[in-house]
Ligand binder design. Structure first.
Ligand code: 5GP
Ligand code: ZN
Length: 121
């Protein structure tokens, strides 16, 4: 992990550092996934880079493989967390980006939401 990218004032960096607890879904060298504290669906977890990337426009071409890995993890973790497979199942992947995009935490994250409907957000 690149500790130089750690922002001590960032709540998700604090979760990565273990200073704030989370319900962990997945972790490796460069990615952490954990359940959203305020779930909008029966399955709702966040996939974040360990590197502090505030928003999409902060990412560079250098980060493209990392962002790709986050996307690639989504279906595997969604199934593990209880989203239903196949056409009748599935899940939503969402990035809130910037104030107009509804972003509240400025550490890039994918929301992954699933489980039986009805649920909405
Ligand atoms: P966004 O920035 O995409 O609008 O939303 C940030 C998301 O992070 C929200 O869904 C919120 O519930 C979640 N969140 C904020 N603080 C914490 C926290 O301390 N722990 C966890 N697990 N989730 C959090
Ligand atoms: Zn951060």
């Amino acid at each position: 992990m690149n500790h130089s990218s750690h922002d001590p004032s960032c709540i998700f960096c604090k979760i990565i550092a273990g200073e704030i607890p989370c319900q962990k879904v997945f972790e490796d060298e460069e990615i952490l996934a954990f359940n959203d504290i305020n779930p909008a669906a029966p399955v709702h977890f966040l996939i974040i880079p360990k590197k502090h990337i505030p928003m999409l426009e902060s990412a560079t071409a250098h980060d493209a493989p990392l962002l790709g890995r986050m996307m690639e993890l989504a279906p595997r973790l969604a199934l593990q967390q209880g989203s239903r497979p196949g056409k009748e199942g599935g899940f939503r992947v969402l990035v809130n980006n910037g104030a107009d995009g509804g972003q509240e935490v400025y550490h890039l994250h994918l929301h992954v939401m699933g489980g039986p409907r009805p649920w909405k957000k």
